[in-house]
Write a protein that binds this ligand. Structure first.
Ligand SMILES: Nc1ncnc2c1ncn2[C@@H]1O[C@H](COP(=O)(O)OP(=O)(O)O)[C@@H](O)[C@H]1O
Ligand SMILES: [Mg+2]
Length: 312
């Protein structure tokens, strides 16, 4: 079942008394399955926050439609099933972490002992139990984000939107947040997160989208998006053995400085033929790795291609 489904979803902001139009989201078609972690990537101004705000009906589309959890986004009952951590959220500095959660719990119509129990459970989950009574003004950025996560989970939502959850958080804090997200996924929650931190997203998401100037440029698994289709790195244990002898018109083999070989083939069958030959010749294969771009390399080349396309 789809957790999120958009059809031609579009937003044009009109500013300066109608003189200026910003096409923030351009005919977005996207389907995200339940129980997955989806990461929307894009540079600043790409339209990521606009998308989340549209799905939550904080703002309204210029045209297009969307469904969450198989329900039209106009149905307000949907809100009970959704959690949201806004970008750059702020809580009153004089409140304790526990009091913040109490406030949001009450807004979600949870009260009394049930709420107290829920708050303790969530503080445990986000590793803030010891800080329950401390004022949020004493919290680090990472702790604020974890408290924000707890707030987004107070109504036990099925679908959670997180806008830049690890922004400004140090590496250890980011790892803690990733671990919490994976824990939530294991509880069958669907997580949609916006991020401009690519390496982060690579580590935990099932699928990613790349948004630029309101347009979805790519969507798929990190593996699909980063694979160089036909190149393998192969290392054999006998360093004297020259693999280049197998080069032919279907297979280009070159030696790298590290002693491993790059093999370019048209398809995986040719690669397997090479493996057969090596095994026949009793060559021990140490490692075969499909060559990949990092998500960051792919992202930068995609966005810069787009920029060139627009200039031409
Ligand atoms: N309320 C608004 N009024 C006018 N323009 C806006 C408004 N909110 C965002 N924008 C513009 O829409 C584009 C997308 O913004 P946003 O969704 O915040 O991007 P991101 O979250 O990817 O950084 C940007 O060009 C931004 O300046
Ligand atoms: Mg944003």
């Amino acid at each position: 079942m789809a957790a999120i489904e958009t059809r031609s979803l579009s937003k044009v902001y009109v500013t300066s008394f109608g003189n200026k139009k910003v096409r923030a989201l351009n005919e977005l078609n996207l389907t995200i399955e339940k129980g997955t972690i989806f990461g929307m990537l894009g540079p600043n101004g790409a339209g990521k926050t606009t998308l989340v705000k549209l799905l939550l009906q904080i703002i309204f589309p210029t045209f297009g439609t969307a469904r969450l959890l198989d329900t039209d986004i106009n149905d307000y009952h949907l809100k009970k099933k959704i959690g949201y951590l806004p970008e750059n959220h702020k809580y009153p500095p004089y409140l304790s972490g526990g009091a913040v959660l109490k406030y949001f719990g009450k807004l979600s119509n949870i009260n009394g002992l049930e709420l107290d129990k829920k708050i303790d459970e969530l503080l445990e989950l986000v590793n803030l139990s010891k800080w329950k009574k401390a004022k949020v003004k004493t919290y680090s950025k990472g702790m604020m984000q974890r408290l924000g996560l707890a707030q987004a989970l107070i109504n036990d939502p099925e679908l959670i939107f997180l806008d830049e959850p690890t922004d400004g958080v140090d590496p250890i804090g980011r790892k803690e947040i990733r671990d919490i997200l994976l824990e939530l996924k294991s509880r069958s929650k669907t997580i949609f997160l916006n991020s401009h931190l690519l390496s982060e997203v690579e580590l935990i998401t099932d699928r990613v989208g790349i948004l630029n100037k309101g347009k979805l440029l790519r969507e798929g698994t990190v593996r699909e998006l980063t694979e160089k289709k036909e190149e393998y790195k192969i290392t054999v244990s006998d360093e004297e053995f020259e693999l280049t002898r197998y080069s032919d018109k279907n297979m280009i083999i070159t030696k790298s400085n590290s002693g491993s070989y790059s093999v370019k083939v048209d398809d995986i069958r040719t690669m397997n033929l090479l493996v057969d030959k090596l095994r026949n010749d009793s060559v021990l294969i140490k490692e075969i790795v499909l060559q990949k771009d990092t998500l960051e390399e792919m992202f930068i080349s995609l966005i810069s291609q787009e920029e060139k396309g627009i200039e031409n």
